[in-house]
Design a protein around this ligand. Sequence first.
Ligand SMILES: Nc1ncnc2c1ncn2[C@@H]1O[C@H](COP(=O)(O)OP(=O)(O)OP(=O)(O)O)[C@@H](O)[C@H]1O
Ligand SMILES: [Mg+2]
Length: 285
Amino acid sequence: VIKKTEPTYKITHEPSVTSRQLKEELSGKDMIPEVRKDMMDWAQKKTLEINHLKQMAKYRREFLGNISHELKTPIFNIQGYILTLLEGGLEDTNINKLYLQRAEKSINRMISIVNDMESISRLESGIFKLEFERFNIVKLVAEVFDNIEISAKKGNITLSLKQKASEKEIWVRADKKRIFEVLTNLITNSINYGKKRGKTVVSFGSSGKNVIIRVTDNGAGIPEKDLPRIFERFYRVDRSRSRNLGGTGLGLAIVKHIIEAHKSTIRVKSKLKKGSEFSFTLKKA
Ligand SMILES: Nc1ncnc2c1ncn2[C@@H]1O[C@H](COP(=O)(O)OP(=O)(O)OP(=O)(O)O)[C@@H](O)[C@H]1O
Ligand SMILES: [Mg+2]
């Protein structure tokens, strides 16, 4: 725009410019419509940019609001326990150890919130890099099972791998650590929102150059109206229930980021009181 309007500007503001120069500068050009179009394009681009920035600012505000809200619960709990101990509870053998243990539990809760927060802000800033390698996804699932077996036992959930004999090894190319995180989140959810003596099954499928990985449970299920939102950060279907389980509502947001960074998508099918199935694909290797 500036380049095009410059001659006109010069002409109006510099007395030394003669009318002959003016004619030469402007001859053969129909500037007004062109400038007008450039201005419109520019304005449209700026509007988009401004809207994007406004959206980001809104996200940031919400994010901060959510963080302080989530941290408040454990902080106030810890404060409560410590005050009770200070006000004489320390001598009371019925509660002194118990309250310290509870305070410690709240501190662990804070640590896990802060860790999740760190991962999600790294994922959302886009600065993280995936480290691709070839690995056996069947083996990785077994490792995740080993890792969370204790919490599964507490919830009375059986974890199992559904595989044919030919599926002892399924090789994929992906970021192994991140996929470990994805599987851990999905399987932990299936335990937390599962029913007593429930079942979680991980199964595999094939679709062209991709391996399909499914995590299926027969637990609580998710109401249809909540399905589109469960991947949003801090979104929980049943806040009080989820908070009892120590949920922040960041797990699936992290899962979605990681899967999308792999240029894949995470899908969910769910029926209330019947169960849920989360699935994604990875490139075969
Ligand atoms: N397998 C499942 N069965 C039923 N509901 C589920 C399942 N997985 C997720 N949900 C619902 O989706 C919500 C969001 O899940 P997400 O993993 O993001 O958060 P969270 O488990 O509450 O907390 P976090 O994973 O951060 O500890 C959960 O609170 C729960 O209501
Ligand atoms: Mg979760």
